[in-house]
Design a protein around this ligand. Structure first.
Ligand SMILES: [Zn+2]
Length: 210
């Protein structure tokens, strides 16, 4: 049943689906990171997600969380998340951040495939190795570098367009109340997270430029 788990064809096809989600995020001026959750036994796409932090004003709404919630919303009543995700692979265009990597452990994922690295906040080997840490939840395997250049190209487009949601522009479009300080901070964190991928030093360029 697990034969196609990390097969090249399914891996690339699934990452293209994740890139398509990232494109949708870019179209609505969200940080362009996309994600799909795929069932290993038959390649069924269980759920898709893309960054949604700006529209929701919720800095935790990264692509992985969006996809996890979508998967659970359509799961059979009474389904246990770990049973569901243990049998799936999560594909995401950029390395899961520390927050998402921890969430993926508790959700029960065993396999994660990502595109470009996130050198500043990545939780799967860059900043920290949450995926293999002796902490709660399950450890998971990672495979990286699948369409990394494409993932970085999308992020570059986001910043090249001087997007209103990029960190240079502090003002928010939403009618956020004064208490939105945390939102701004988190938005900047996420943005700098992306910049680390896009414009970092030589080691980052290695993974980014291939
Ligand atoms: Zn994240």
């Amino acid at each position: 049943m697990a034969a196609a788990r990390f097969g090249v064809e399914s891996r690339e096809g699934n990452m293209r689906l994740a890139l398509a989600e990232a494109e949708k995020a870019l179209a609505v001026q969200e940080v362009p990171i996309g994600c799909v959750i795929v069932r290993n036994c038959d390649g069924h796409v269980v759920a898709r997600g893309r960054n949604n932090t700006v529209a929701t004003g919720d800095a935790t709404r990264h692509a992985e969380f969006e996809a996890i919630d979508a998967a659970l919303a359509h799961a059979d009543t009474g389904a246990i998340a770990s049973d569901l995700f243990d049998a799936c692979t999560l594909y995401v265009t950029c390395e899961p951040c520390v927050m998402c990597a921890a969430a993926l452990r508790y959700a029960g994922f065993r396999h994660v495939c990502f595109g470009c690295r996130n050198d500043k906040f990545g939780g799967c080997g860059s900043a920290l190795s949450v995926h293999q840490a002796p902490t709660g939840g399950t450890s998971f395997q990672v495979e990286e570098g699948v369409f990394a250049e494409e993932a970085i190209a999308l992020l570059r487009r986001f910043y090249a367009n001087e997007n209103v949601n990029a960190p240079q522009a502090r003002k928010r479009q939403r009618n956020a109340p004064a208490a939105a300080g945390s939102e701004s901070v988190d938005a900047e964190v996420e943005a700098s997270d992306v910049r680390a991928c896009v414009s970092g030093g030589g080691s980052e360029s290695q993974s980014a430029e291939g």
